[in-house]
Design a protein around this ligand. Structure first.
Ligand code: IPE
Ligand code: IPE
Ligand code: MG
Length: 248
């Protein structure tokens, strides 16, 4: 067990707050396959890891937690697997809302909602509405999310506003673009964790991770627990973030 009192965030020379942790929750399929079970079984266990992670992140003083649950490209998976994942999303949103709200979590979803079924969109909107004024951990679930699509959408909005005469081309800068992303108002991730041993972004938060630190873990997502989060935060605490400055 990790002693929460000795968590890296509490340890003194830890990172500046707010601490935004973004996680690419990968490896559900391999976890299931290694047990001779269908991939859905891994996704179901993965949902339990989500619950554990939200709890641990709150305990460790993380202020923002963004979880990659389903990418734009995951729509290319077999219909049966997509159906199973969406059923799980539905189940999770119904079952966890009360607990998230009780834990003072502010919950929101980013990604292309036009691809999601109406009842899931309603559950998302209800969860966002219910938890809107909560002041604890801000949890963002990336669902049907792709970083390139998000940036293209922001560029399209800028073009529309410029064409309508509401935005001058010279006013288009990094702040203007960031303000039109789905993550506007949320600090950029400080730390990106990917489980499963893969070392790639898979189209996650491309704009926002410009200066994030990356930690790749060999654990499969369903096995992820607070000790893994603690060790990733420890590793983060040992990094020196320079943002392009010269070494002092
Ligand atoms: C992550 O686990 C969950 C989703 C992408 C929906 P995977 O389903 O990608 O599991 P692996 O990578 O095949 O093991
Ligand atoms: C990224 O995992 C998406 C999520 C974890 C939700 P993938 O399993 O889809 O990524 P690739 O295909 O290995 O790059
Ligand atoms: Mg995967």
């Amino acid at each position: 067990m990790v002693d929460v009192a000795l968590s890296p965030v509490e340890a003194g020379d830890g990172p500046d707050r707010p601490l935004h942790v973004a996680i690419i929750m990968d490896g559900n399929g391999r976890w299931a396959r290694s047990r001779g079970k269908p991939r859905t079984f891994g996704h179901r266990e993965g949902a339990k890891a989500v619950r554990r992670t939200i709890e641990a992140a709150s305990d460790f003083g993380v202020t923002h937690l963004t979880l990659f649950g389903f990418s734009s490209e995951n729509w290319t998976r077999p219909a049966t697997e997509i159906g199973d994942i969406m059923a799980l999303v539905r189940f999770y949103l119904r079952r966890e809302l009360a607990e998230l709200h009780r834990s003072n979590v502010r919950f929101q979803v980013i990604g292309d909602r036009t691809q999601l079924s109406d009842d899931i969109v309603e559950l998302i909107e209800n969860a966002e509405r219910t938890t809107r004024n909560n002041t604890g951990l801000a949890v963002t679930l990336a669902l049907s999310y792709g970083g390139r699509a998000e940036i293209a959408g922001a560029a399209r909005r800028i073009a529309e506003e410029a064409a309508a005469g509401r935005l001058k081309p010279e006013a288009v800068d990094e702040t203007a673009l960031a303000a039109r992303l789905s993550t506007h108002g949320c600090p950029d991730p400080d730390l990106v964790i990917r489980t499963s041993g893969e070392q790639r972004l898979s189209n996650f938060l491309l704009w926002q991770v410009a200066y994030a630190e990356f930690v790749f873990l060999d654990v499969l997502w369903p096995d992820f627990d607070r000790t893994h989060l603690a060790s990733a935060l420890d590793e983060f605490g040992r990094r020196e973030r320079r943002y392009g400055r010269a070494l002092s």
